[in-house]
Design a protein around this ligand. Structure first.
Ligand SMILES: [Fe+2]
Length: 293
């Protein structure tokens, strides 16, 4: 059995076979996955039954874990999973679906908006890695958009117009667009906007991508409504079907993606049933505003 990657979408996404990621990897396997991420940006693995410890061990082959603090409103004592695991399920600590109107549930619905993980942090995430432990019976697909293909397809005048623009990203912008508008002073401080370039350059490939996310709510030097219309137009462009891969989850699927050149969103699903998805997240290396154009 040796590792192989087959492209399954016209512009990105590879499906990986011939590897058991619950076991320690050989250097060749790590290199093949690293290369695959650079080439395809999203890698799909099937039939990977993982414990949380195995998922963390696999993740650490590709970088260091992101510090998850400041990314949610769940209190530490209400966490279902250990530190290092991002709980992107619809479950409470008791293992049952969250109440429909619970604040955590309403906040988590923001994952159904197009976004790039941790774009609300000064140094946003590198890779996210998601393990499907329990799949919901209805809906819950994850969609991925290739932001490099989206950038490449822009006309030259738009590229010139947006090249130097700096956006402000905050969880309060994405959640605010869903009507979640009440935050404590502590949350307001935690979620204060951060600066991100609208066009970012991949640190390894040197290729440019649009860096969009529902967390983006303002552009420096531009009136807010004008900024939001531009962001909406660019998002509509970037998420047209030609640039989108739809992942239909099976139990024990595992998907990893590069947040530096993709966006993603979850589609609606039956909230009365469990959807147990567990994410690990790798830290990025530098603020996007520090990069050389
Ligand atoms: Fe996400």
């Amino acid at each position: 059995m040796s590792i192989a990657i087959r492209q399954i979408h016209p512009v990105f996404v590879g499906e990986v076979s011939g590897i058991d990621i619950s076991k320690p990897l050989s250097p060749d396997e790590v290199a093949a996955i690293d290369d695959g991420m650079l080439r395809y940006a999203v890698l799909v693995f099937h039939d990977q039954k993982l414990t949380d410890e195995q998922q963390i061990a696999f993740t650490l082959n590709f970088g260091t874990l992101e510090d998850a603090r400041g990314g949610n409103i769940t209190r530490p004592e209400d966490r279902r999973l250990q530190v290092g695991m991002n709980d992107v399920s619809n479950l409470g600590k008791n293992g049952r679906p969250l109440e429909r109107d619970s604040r955590v549930q309403l906040f988590n619905l923001g994952n159904m908006l197009w976004h790039s993980d941790s774009s609300f942090r000064p140094i946003p995430a590198k890779y996210s890695l998601l393990s499907a432990r329990v799949v919901n019976p209805i809906g819950g697909n994850t969609e991925y958009a290739d932001m490099r293909a989206a950038y490449d397809a822009l006309d030259e005048s738009t590229k010139a117009q947006i090249e130097e623009l700096i956006c402000q990203h905050s969880l309060m912008y994405s959640r605010g667009s869903l009507g979640v508008l009440d935050y404590s002073d502590e949350e307001k401080a935690m979620f204060r906007p951060v600066r991100q370039r609208l066009v970012r350059t991949h640190p390894v490939t040197g290729r440019k991508s649009l860096y969009l996310s529902s967390h983006a709510g303002a552009i420096e030097g531009m009136p807010t409504p004008e900024a939001r219309i531009l962001l909406r137009d660019l998002t509509e462009h970037a998420t047209q079907p030609a640039f989108v891969y739809v992942h239909r989850w099976r139990a024990s699927d595992f998907v990893m993606w590069d947040n530096r050149r993709t966006m993603h969103r979850v589609r609606r699903y039956d909230q009365s049933h469990a959807r147990d998805m567990r994410r690990t997240t790798l830290a990025g290396d530098a603020p996007t505003v520090a990069q050389q154009a």
